[in-house]
Design a binder for this molecule. Structure first.
Ligand SMILES: [Mg+2]
Length: 220
């Protein structure tokens, strides 16, 4: 179905939302690295950008293709995603992935699951010699120097086409995007859920995509 025929749009984060765990966290904990420096802490301390932290962690990975595949398995891709996306698409929903992570593993995992979605993320290329080399998506209409991709801009564009556009996310980088979406179309878990709860905002807590699909399809 061409995009213009879709009336309903769902923008979703990838790491921690379509998977249980974040790739960068799996990389930090389980993959061999040429660096013992904690770039994630540098990001949390405000010393470097989110993109710089990702690029440093991913670029320091030293493993073979098998090692990378094992790391992707450890992310625990949501087994209900394929069926849920299929049901939502059949009901006229378009699902757009918005991620501050890397296209390389996102496309790989979606491919494995037999899913073809519009993905906005940072480009990357993996080789055992140089790790996962991340680059900034400077050609993207949603380019942002801090995270690579501006999720809030993607949500705003979606809302200009569907005033009831939905969003799903789990992390701190999802907060600006989530703030734009109405509570009955907002799905959260993890730190994003904690944040929204603290602010008294309504949202749907989710454990898996089956719950997201059931909720959205129930609203029609
Ligand atoms: Mg996430």
């Amino acid at each position: 179905m061409p995009p213009e025929n879709h009336k309903k749009i769902m923008v979703s984060d990838f790491d921690g939302t379509m998977t249980r765990f974040d790739f960068f966290d799996i990389a930090r904990r389980h993959l061999p690295s040429v660096s013992d420096h904690d770039y994630w802490q540098d990001y949390l301390d405000g010393k470097i950008s989110h993109f710089e932290a990702m690029a440093a962690i991913f670029g320091a990975i030293r493993t073979d293709h098998e090692g990378m595949e094992k790391a992707l398995d450890r992310m625990e891709f949501d087994p209900t995603l394929h069926d849920s996306v299929t049901r939502l698409e059949a009901a006229g929903w378009k699902i757009i992935v918005a991620s501050a992570g890397c296209e390389w593993y996102i496309e790989r995992l979606l491919d494995k699951a037999g899913l073809e979605l519009e993905v906005h993320a940072n480009p990357g290329k993996f080789t055992p010699e140089n790790g996962l080399k991340l680059s900034l998506p400077t050609d993207s209409p949603y380019f942002d120097l801090e995270k690579g991709i501006d999720k809030e801009a993607i949500v705003r564009k979606a809302l200009s086409q569907d005033s009831q556009a939905a969003f799903a996310g789990d992390g701190r980088p999802d907060i600006p995007a989530a703030k734009n979406v109405s509570g009955n179309r907002l799905f959260a878990r993890g730190m994003l859920a904690d944040y929204l709860t603290g602010k008294g905002r309504t949202f749907h807590y989710f454990e898996n995509w089956k719950q997201i699909a059931d909720t959205l399809l129930d609203q029609i």
